[in-house]
Ligand binder design. Sequence first.
Ligand SMILES: [Zn+2]
Length: 231
Amino acid sequence: MPSSTVENYLKAILQLADGGGETPTVAVGQIATHLGLTPGTVTTMMKHLSKEGFIHYLPRRGVCLTPAGEKLGLQIVRRHRLIELFLVEVMQLDWAHVHEEAEVLEHVLSDRMVERIDEMLGRPAYDPHGEPIPDADGLLRRDDDLRALNDCGDERVRLVRVSRDDPPFLVWLQEHGLRPGASLEVVSRDPVGEILTLEVAGRPERVRISTSAAGTLWVKGTIPERRRGLA
Ligand SMILES: [Zn+2]
């Protein structure tokens, strides 16, 4: 049975590869930064994961997951996201704090418990942060029509995903009504100070957010009339 450390590495590689464009190779340095470890520690682990058949390790270039590694990584992601949703929906825990709980529980709950959670929640497609939940066969939905908020013009959009999980940031978002499903509009941008000003539907106050923080918020736009016919 793979250890929780192995599972965390595979999950990290999977997540880093996802944002990596054409080639899913991930540099050892990226993994080290992501997990807060030294490159030496990560390199040792990469040799182990390679021997176990979970990754291809290409010295100096990085690593990529084998089908077995990807399958296990997606299983852990599925567990994590289902557990987060269960903690919010059923246990009524705060949205901002379920990530840390799920980081622990994803390694200890039995498969039977996880499948029961999936069933109880009606086989949900998204976690509380708007991230897609891989299905039981390990298929992960791709939402290609999402854009980062900092790439938006002055338009009304709907927040669908938050891809940053530190509690203070999530608490701050929550205080400003910025949870998945929120409707908002970029009303002005200050490119020098790197600040966007938002109007959130149903909120009296405007919200100022840095462009880097806005880069972790993913939105869907209302489709302009002229593009509808082409879709
Ligand atoms: Zn999480």
